[in-house]
Design a protein around this ligand. Structure first.
Ligand SMILES: C[S@@+](CC[C@H](N)C(=O)[O-])C[C@H]1O[C@@H](n2cnc3c(N)ncnc32)[C@H](O)[C@@H]1O
Ligand SMILES: [Zn+2]
Length: 285
């Protein structure tokens, strides 16, 4: 209905990835005063990724994005989503600009939007991901969240313009996250804990390793709250087992022989273990 346009993008202080001038979102393009222009896709996603020159960008491909969308729709990760929302909401007000850095297909982004609405707060959410497929899936899910294709190592947003930023299982760039946050802005980091998916790994690898314990110290941020969330889920079908595997990094780290071990699994009890770390941006003297 709104065609290409992402009106909400103008609520974020987007900057041109080429020259750093402010970007204004129009009907079909987003452009700066120096005539650098970026097309909006049919779904209204804009690609602000600076080319590496080699044409290669990592990020989730279509198969991984589909697997994650399918798996997350089953509700296994809903307790995590609720914990994320509960932790962030007290720091957000009506209209707060919030960035989801490495948003994937946007499950947690949309859940936060809906949760905040229940409390009378309409957030300005921006999903940022290096994967075109992921950003397109997010815009397919809802047009109430703005989305850009960009690396979160260089978010094309003016310094100090976000109230909060969340980064869930996605790459961490502390300096850049601090730059885009306003003074006292909050940052929620979610990481897998040692035992996360251990039973899945046991099915594939002879010597499965535990995830490294998270380091809660992040330069430029003060830890203000922490929550460990651990529970077991019963995967009910071969499709669910396969989708969980496909949405993890093991998908591209595992050889065919090892992957085939999963094909016969009709069900699986698996541990989900998450660490949620909430930080406040440290104010500089
Ligand atoms: C494990 S997924 C997590 C996605 C989402 N937060 C979730 O939990 O469902 C990691 C995401 O980070 C994205 N990603 C990887 N490197 C990135 C980068 N440098 N900048 C932005 N996104 C990146 C991938 O494309 C992928 O969507
Ligand atoms: Zn420009």
């Amino acid at each position: 209905m709104d065609g290409h346009c992402q009106r909400d993008l103008n609520r974020f202080k987007l900057i041109c990835p080429v020259c750093g001038s402010p970007l204004i979102s129009g009907e079909k393009t987003v452009s700066c005063g120096n005539a650098h222009s970026f097309d909006l896709s049919r779904k209204g996603a804009v690609n602000l990724l600076r080319s590496s020159g080699k044409g290669k960008h990592h990020g989730d491909d279509k198969t991984m994005v589909r697997a994650r969308t399918m798996f997350l729709s089953k509700g296994y990760y809903d307790p995590l989503s609720e914990a994320v929302d509960e932790m962030l909401l007290p720091f957000l007000k009506d209209g707060s600009p919030v960035i989801d850095a490495g948003c994937g297909e946007g499950k947690y982004t949309e859940d936060l939007l809906l949760y905040a609405r229940d409390y009378g707060k309409e957030l300005s959410l921006l999903g940022v991901d290096i994967s075109k497929e992921a950003v397109s899936a997010l815009r397919g899910r809802t047009r109430d969240i703005s989305a850009i294709v960009a690396s979160t190592s260089a978010i094309p947003i003016k310094a100090g313009s976000a109230d909060a930023l969340m980064c869930i299982f996605s790459p961490l760039f502390p300096k850049e996250f601090s730059r885009v946050l306003r003074p006292d802005g909050v940052f929620l980091h979610v990481v897998p804990l040692e035992n996360h998916l251990i039973e899945l790994k046991e099915k594939i690898y002879e010597h499965p390793y535990l995830n490294p314990p998270p380091d809660s110290c992040i330069d430029g941020f003060e830890l203000i709250a922490q929550k460990d969330l651990s529970y077991s889920v019963h995967l009910r079908s071969r499709e669910d087992v396969a989708a969980l595997f496909q949405m993890t990094p093991y998908n591209y780290k595992t050889g065919r022989d090892d992957q085939s071990k999963l094909r016969s699994l009709e069900e699986l009890d698996v541990t989900l273990a998450f660490g949620l770390f909430l930080y406040q941006k440290e104010s500089r003297r």
